[in-house]
Design a binder for this molecule. Sequence first.
Ligand code: ZN
Length: 177
Amino acid sequence: MHRIRQYGDPVLREATKEVTDIDGAVIALVDRMIDVMYAAPGSGLAANQIGIQKRIFVYDASDGLGPRTLINPRVVESDGEWTFEEGCLSVPGLSWEITRPNAIHLVGLDIDGNEVSIETDEYEGRIFQHEMDHLDGILLVDRLDEHQRKKAKKILARREQAANAPDPDGLRRLLGF
Ligand code: ZN
């Protein structure tokens, strides 16, 4: 039921909806998302990655602060540029060097409904941008340059043919988002 939706699943491309009420169902959803994220294992997970079209993501930036939740997140400012090898739990086993803004200012609600405003960069900033993309129906493969995209298309096409093979490309599983 809470398997992570994989590349090609249309739910990853659909728009997510704002959360209007942080009720028991939302809290239970977030608990499940955190479990799925750690089980993967990953450092971030958006609700639509488990098929729920809500603007929620959870993350753990490996900073000792544990899992955190952002509800109805919005980027208000971004700055700089940073290249980082990025993976995705919905495109497992693959990763690419992706350049995005480095510093990010994000606002939203935490799980208690408090307004939060976070300015961060590097790893945490990258998680935020990756998860924001998920909530907007954008996948990592959309961020590739032309050369990366050509190679990725070949691998993903081959993978589709061998859909049930556990690790069709023989690639190591990287920590993804
Ligand atoms: Zn992802």
